[in-house]
Design a protein around this ligand. Structure first.
Ligand SMILES: CC(C)(COP(=O)(O)OP(=O)(O)OC[C@H]1O[C@@H](n2cnc3c(N)ncnc32)[C@H](O)[C@@H]1OP(=O)(O)O)[C@@H](O)C(=O)NCCC(=O)NCCS
Length: 165
């Protein structure tokens, strides 16, 4: 699908507030290991001010009319990075999610780890499409890993064709 999408680093509190609105708009889908709680503006600002900005990169995404549509956080957790992103519900299904995934794969200089709700069919589909592997599953949650670089062997195993070669 042809679309124009822009992103900017989150640097000011107006953007932090828009991120809060997107987050609150997607609470159910974002809760995997633990249930996430609605955030007030004051809680969001407090969270932002206490964030270790040397470890967390954050972007807000805009459509071609400069309307905010989503956010992305990429957190350095030592041996790997974890992404977290969401899109306003009314903007789902336009290809933005796939684009944001490709962006964090390119931005990440480490392997990626994360989790997905098995009931979130769109994210399960996209994660598989972009090379995430399920390491384990528990209580409706899949735990995921994505190597920074795929070797030829990884790709064969991932596509289940190793024994056919
Ligand atoms: C998951 C999310 C990011 C997807 O964003 P999006 O902009 O709608 O994604 P896209 O339009 O790029 O792609 C959606 C894909 O899911 C597929 N999909 C949608 N519903 C599906 C379903 N029920 N079963 C299988 N696939 C489904 C679509 O076909 C599409 O895949 P395709 O491009 O290969 O055809 C968005 O729904 C969201 O913000 N969810 C809440 C937060 C979240 O889950 N964040 C990710 C975890 S951190």
């Amino acid at each position: 699908m042809a679309m124009s999408i822009k992103y900017k680093f989150i640097t000011d509190l107006n953007q932090v507030e828009i991120m809060r609105q997107i987050y609150n708009n997607n609470l159910d889908a974002l809760s995997t290991k633990e249930k996430l709680k609605y955030k007030t503006s004051a809680e969001q600002i407090n969270w932002w001010n206490n964030l270790d900005h040397t470890k967390v990169m954050s972007w807000l995404y805009y459509d071609e009319n400069d309307k905010p549509i989503g956010f992305l956080l990429l957190t350095d957790r030592g041996r790997f990075n974890t992404p977290m992103f969401a899109i306003f519900k009314e903007e789902w299904g336009k290809g933005y999610g796939a684009r944001i995934i490709q962006d964090y794969i390119l931005q990440s200089t480490k392997p990626l780890a994360g989790s997905q709700l098995q009931s979130n069919k769109a994210i399960c589909h996209l994660n598989k499409k972009f090379g995430w592997m399920i390491i384990s599953s528990e209580n409706g949650v899949d735990y995921l890993f994505r190597p920074e670089y795929y070797t030829y062997n990884d790709i064969c195993v991932y596509h289940g064709i190793k024994n056919d070669l």
